[in-house]
Design a protein around this ligand. Structure first.
Ligand code: PLP
Length: 476
């Protein structure tokens, strides 16, 4: 086979592309020809490229592993599926089948959970923006509402007035657990006394009954110890509230935040080394519960784990459609999926696998997405062997936060597939076409019919009524 000629380049060798543990798996040229036994070629042949692929076996297994880590250590555990992490109905349905209730942070997500058949009492309603109408609906349907700020507390008092009975509520706390920057914009602060002031008001007005505490200390938390601090502070607050005001705390909702094995851009080591196993989190959290709870008291422990359950079960297959050499010597590849589909690429460096064993020497390469936008970079620097056009890259983990935060911008969004436990493939979100994009767009009548006002340059100029006198050219 005749090789394509490429002008030779001299590349400066860079430190950081290797580490003392050998070649970093992130940069390795790994071949992957299938996902859950279904070939990459068949997936792309049938459903196009790019395409998101989720593994049902993976989702169920991951959920069961994490649930088991907690349920074998504490008798009263329930998981609330964090809708914003991935609210594709098929994904939510799998997790609800497995026993997770819904954790939602907006009226839209609340409506989605209800439409999927979740009853109000199986919905935890978090988040800073809950309209009065949404609160009324959630309260009347028996959802667990965790108050984010004082204005919401006042709104809930109005709801209680309207329905003529006190309303059971939870309170979101924020606190110092040693994780910085602290997520202090959500909930009421513990250390400053703000949270206790809110409880005092509930006790005085008698319109709200505090029966739960919520906290979410952040996402991708690599320290299990931070959760031990969180639990200790929540339990201590719960008993203060009970002793001072008689509110019995029936649930402790510790939020989510356990990391998946995605790799933060600045980190040197592979996530296999930096991400603690979920058992360590479960151990620290349940130890803190037993050390701080009063004998015989087992409030319900809610866990709102998102990324740790779903991230590693999602893949994106994308195809290389062009390549070029950048002036700094780097090789650049253009792939048909970019930041329009991969919102998390701003923070994470994906594991990158190739659908074939590519021959040739690896060199520092950059992968750009398809958009006509400078920031559309999927991976800034990675070692890649020469890749032909048509090569498929399999990026992972991409199951968390991408198919909710993706944007319809410039390109259509592609098919999302689910591989079932028998290797069957279902489309769980159909690829878009122009009708999806135009569905809610309107053209005011006065702007119709649409035709260009300015004639394209290639068309003949309009004929003038009085042509200017042309000067005759004198021919020598
Ligand atoms: C209130 C709440 N619960 C749960 C989650 C899920 O977090 P994670 O995906 O880090 O587990 C989030 C995400 O930020 C959240 O804000």
């Amino acid at each position: 086979m005749k090789m394509k000629y490429e002008k030779p380049v001299i590349l400066k060798s860079k430190t950081g592309m290797m580490n003392p543990l050998g070649n970093d798996p992130v940069y390795a040229n790994k071949a992957r020809t299938e996902i859950d036994g279904v070939s990459i070629e068949d997936l792309v042949g049938e459903y196009g490229s790019p395409v998101f692929v989720f593994s049902e076996t993976g989702i169920r297994q991951r959920y069961r592993d994490i649930y088991k880590a907690f349920s074998t250590r504490y008798p009263n555990v329930t998981f609330g599926w964090s809708y914003k992490t991935n609210y594709l109905p098929a994904v939510c349905a799998i997790l609800h089948q497995e026993g997770a209730i819904a954790e939602v942070v907006s009226e839209m997500e609340y409506d989605k959970a209800r439409k999927l058949g979740m009853p109000g009492p199986a919905i935890i309603f978090n988040g800073p923006h809950k309209t009065v109408a949404a609160l009324e609906k959630a309260v009347s349907e028996g959802a667990m509402v965790n108050i984010d700020h004082l204005d919401e507390l006042y709104d809930l008092e109005k709801v209680a007035d309207k329905i003529g009975r006190p309303v059971k509520v939870g309170l979101r706390l924020n606190m110092d657990t040693g994780i910085y920057p602290q997520w202090s914009r959500f909930g009421l602060n513990l250390e400053s006394g703000q949270a206790m002031d809110a409880v005092r008001r509930m006790a005085h007005t008698g319109k709200l009954i505090l029966n739960g505490l919520h906290c979410h200390i952040g996402t991708y938390i690599l320290s299990p110890d931070a959760y031990a601090v969180e639990v200790q502070k929540m339990v201590s607050f719960a008993y203060k509230v009970e002793d001072r005001f008689g509110f019995k705390i029936e649930y402790l909702d510790i939020g989510g935040g356990f990391p998946s094995k995605s790799r933060l851009k600045e980190t040197y080591h592979s996530p296999d080394l930096t991400v603690p196993p979920v058992d360590e989190y479960a151990q620290k959290i349940t130890e803190a519960l037993y050390e701080n709870l009063r004998p015989g008291d087992f409030p319900r422990l809610f866990i709102e784990s998102g990324r740790a359950i779903i991230d590693e079960t999602g893949y994106l297959i994308t195809s290389i459609f062009a390549s070029k050499r950048l002036p700094d010597g780097r090789k650049a590849y253009l792939a048909d999926a970019g930041i329009n589909l991969l919102y998390t690429s701003f923070w994470y460096k994906y594991n990158l696998e190739i659908d074939r064993v590519a021959q040739g020497m690896s060199e520092p390469s950059v992968i750009y997405g398809p958009m006509c936008m400078n920031i559309d970079v999927v991976q800034e620097e990675t070692l890649l062997p020469p890749l032909e056009n048509g090569t498929r890259l399999i990026l992972s983990p991409v199951g968390a936060y991408n198919v909710t935060q993706w944007m319809q911008f410039i390109e259509y969004r592609p098919n999302v597939l689910l591989i079932d436990e028998n290797g069957g493939v279902d489309i769980i979100r159909e690829a878009e076409d122009l009708s999806d994009i135009e569905l809610r767009e309107r053209i005011p009548e006065r702007l119709k019919p649409i035709f260009p006002r300015v004639y394209p340059r290639t068309s003949a100029p309009p004929v003038r009524a009085d042509p200017p006198p042309y000067r005759k050219l004198r021919v020598a």
